[in-house]
Ligand binder design. Structure first.
Ligand code: GTP
Ligand code: MG
Length: 198
């Protein structure tokens, strides 16, 4: 699935502009700056495919990327929570992201990204509840593992596994990644490849 170069399809500001729900989609969701766009670049092996930045609130549209000519679409979402943008703008993105997560019929899986330094926040819990209600399976992905000590990482994974075991729609084991060091990327690719059209 990742052998051919991934390509940018389009970016939309409103859900009505999304393409018809034909191709299976896998979306990257998470708080602003958690590393969603960087993870798309690491997965596709194309730096600069998705735009990244140190400033929270970089991604301002729902961006779609094609894998293998229509077998799967990767979706880069704007971050929720804090961002360097006016409050009403952030609220508008957050609403669009939540509506997308709740209502997209071809959304096969959500990768819920959690910064390994910060762990689960209240808004992540809200998203987990929303996905459970909508019956959208989600995979927790810990990001920026290169910035955390091994012992702290192991404890976070154990705590999360306890939480996920009690959560409908959650896959049981977080995937630990670093886009910077290419850690966990093959594992996540394999998980995503299973969801593609034959
Ligand atoms: P928004 O679009 O603003 O919501 O952010 P995002 O979640 O798309 O994050 P983005 O990929 O733009 O990355 C945010 C910052 O984190 C950038 O400065 C990245 O270089 C950095 N970053 C991303 N992944 C990693 C990682 O694995 N390790 C380290 N050390 N930094 C990372
Ligand atoms: Mg982004």
């Amino acid at each position: 699935l990742f052998a051919q170069p991934a390509t940018f399809l389009l970016g939309v500001a409103r859900l009505g502009q999304l393409p018809p729900a034909m191709v299976p989609e896998v979306a990257m969701a998470g708080r602003s700056n958690v590393g969603k766009s960087s993870l798309i670049n690491a997965l596709t092996g194309r730096n600069g495919l998705a735009r990244t930045s140190n400033t929270p609130g970089r991604t301002q549209e729902i961006n779609l990327f094609d894998l293998a000519g229509g077998r799967l679409t990767l979706v880069d979402l704007p971050g929720y929570g804090y961002a360097k943008a006016p409050k009403e703008v952030v609220e508008r993105w957050t609403r669009a992201v939540f509506d997308y997560l709740r209502g997209r019929p071809n959304l096969m899986r959500v990768c819920l990204l959690i910064d390994a330094r910060h762990g689960l926040k209240k808004v992540d819990e809200e998203v987990m509840d929303l996905l459970a209600k909508a019956a959208v399976p989600f995979q927790v992905v810990l990001t920026k593992a290169d910035l955390v000590r091994g012992g702290d990482l192991s404890k976070l994974v154990r705590d999360l596994e306890g939480r996920l075991a009690r959560t409908a729609a959650a896959l049981p084991h977080p995937i630990v990644t670093s886009s910077r060091q290419q850690q966990g990327i093959d594992l996540l690719r394999a998980a995503i490849a299973k969801l593609a059209r034959p």
